[in-house]
Unconditional design. Sequence first.
Length: 156
Amino acid sequence: MDNFLYSVEREFDIPVEVLWDAWTDPVALEAWYHPAELACVPGSVVSEPIDGGPWAVGVDVPDYGFVAYFYGRYTAVVPHARIDHTMHYTQSEQEFAARDESTDHHLVRIEFDSRGMRSWVKFSQFGDMPESEALRAQEGMESYFDSLGRFLIVPS
């Protein structure tokens, strides 16, 4: 993949199978795949984690009066090890509904590693974007990972 933009990685105190499900199950994604202070649009999440399968999510950004829509296709799925997918972005509900895959897009790679009863995940984004925007995207993904961490905490 060309034009590396940024990556974010974390370790969690859970088996890799649980972490994998959090990234691939649409119900789980809807619960956490958004910055910590925001939420997904109910019913917007799609995830069919097979080569060529679709994925999509809408994140409500009420303070700025828009919804950030992301969508694409899984291009490589290696269970418990790696997910690659395209990522298109729009703020238009109509464009999101149409899922036009001919628009400019980025590539995303999510890598997983089992570390005993712990697991590791790394999100990397590739494409064309000004450096200042890439830094903001990285900060945003750090917040997504904070949301993931809260989702993965099992109440005692």
